[in-house]
Ligand binder design. Structure first.
Ligand SMILES: C[S@@+](CC[C@H](N)C(=O)[O-])C[C@H]1O[C@@H](n2cnc3c(N)ncnc32)[C@H](O)[C@@H]1O
Length: 343
């Protein structure tokens, strides 16, 4: 029928990358060709903004299953998530260097899912000298990416275009909840007098402050807190914000978590809706593929009803173009992003 990565010991035993039954080349050749094509699809964007950040390979979405490769201003960070792919690391690096030469390449193989594949958790250089962090341009702002110690591959590139989209909004106070290194806050700092960036990671907020300084912003206020407690307390205090961003981590890690995750998403959205005045904007996301798009919008509708607010959808968005979705692999469409107006 085709070719696939195979690991009988894994929860995902078969990961297909070719559906050509007559393909008679070396088994991995079709996979490496898919990698070449994925890199070629990003070349024009990188040539236009070499100091930007892009996902070069989005695993199944690019038919290179289990491989994630992100580009940060000339430096690469990759994650291998399958024991069948791991032995091909050297061949993958050769193709990457031939198509899109990088100054350095880090294998950030510390994701817990590797244990399910029987793979070690490790972070190791594959090419060049790995800098501690690199500066990346995103629209009109710059931010630093901590390559070795940051979350995921260092940054959340999937929200890049959604962050840039928020630059058009104006108001007095904005709230960026689950801010990481001040990502959305940086884009809101020009349009709002004050932006509060909330996250539970002190290290990420430390970088948020450095990012704000590097962009000349003095109106970003990092606040280390549990988002659930912060929102509860803000409601108790009767605080109001003109725009709120909610970009939580995946609350549903597996199918069995969906019910509990649904309640958690609803809680933060309901509270945020209560914190917005009429005309206020809620930019809200879920990156959990287990919470489907219909369920996400059902959750938002229930939150609005329970908050006794009339809410209008301004725009339905998702992950950036460099995170392609395979129609018949729903897991590849994981990021939901809604722009809502509370009336
Ligand atoms: C999906 S990331 C946010 C990405 C960020 N908005 C961006 O665009 O780069 C989720 C963030 O939530 C933070 N986090 C996780 N649980 C939290 C909690 N209970 N309260 C506050 N922050 C939390 C993590 O430290 C992480 O920075």
């Amino acid at each position: 029928m085709g070719r696939a990565l195979y690991n009988p010991a894994s929860e995902i035993s078969v990961r297909a990358f070719s559906f050509d039954p007559v393909d008679s080349g070396r088994p991995e050749e079709a996979l490496l060709e898919n990698l070449r094509k994925a890199l070629q699809r990003r070349k024009a964007a990188i040539a236009a903004t070499p100091e930007g950040a892009y996902r070069l390979v989005h695993a199944e979405g690019d038919l290179v299953p289990a491989l994630v490769l992100d580009y940060y201003a000339g430096h690469g960070v990759m994650q291998v998530g399958s024991a069948a792919l791991e032995p091909l690391t050297h061949a993958l690096v050769e193709v990457i260097q031939a198509e899109l030469p990088l100054q350095s390449l880090l294998a950030k193989n510390d994701q817990k899912s590797r244990s399910l594949e029987g793979l070690p958790l490790e972070v190791r250089p594959l090419l060049g000298q790995i800098p501690e962090f690199v500066w990346v341009q995103e629209g009109s702002v710059r931010y630093q990416v901590e390559l070795q110690k940051g979350q995921k591959t260092g940054a959340f590139i999937d929200q890049r275009d959604n962050r840039i989209r928020l630059q058009t909004f104006r108001g007095q106070t904005a709230l960026d909840v689950f801010s990481y290194h001040g990502s959305f806050a940086l884009h809101l700092a020009q349009g709002f007098e004050q932006v509060i960036a909330v996250d539970s990671s002190a290290a990420a907020l430390q970088r948020a402050l450095q990012n704000a300084q590097a962009n000349g912003f003095t109106n970003i206020i990092p606040q280390e807190a549990n988002a659930f407690e912060f929102l509860r307390e803000a409601e108790k205090q009767g605080n109001q914000y003109d725009l709120i961003v909610l970009d939580p981590p995946a609350f549903a890690k597996g199918k069995r978590d969906v019910e509990r995750a649904y309640a958690a998403y609803k809680e933060i959205n309901l509270r945020a809706m209560k914190l917005l005045p009429g005309g206020g904007i809620l930019a809200t996301a879920s990156c959990s593929h287990h919470l489907s798009e219909p369920l996400f919008y059902q959750m938002l509708a229930e939150a609005a009803a329970d908050a006794h607010r009339t809410v209008r959808i301004l725009e339905k968005r998702g992950q950036g173009w460099d995170h392609p979705v395979l129609l018949n692999v729903p897991e590849t469409h994981y990021l939901k992003f809604a722009l809502l107006e509370v009336m």
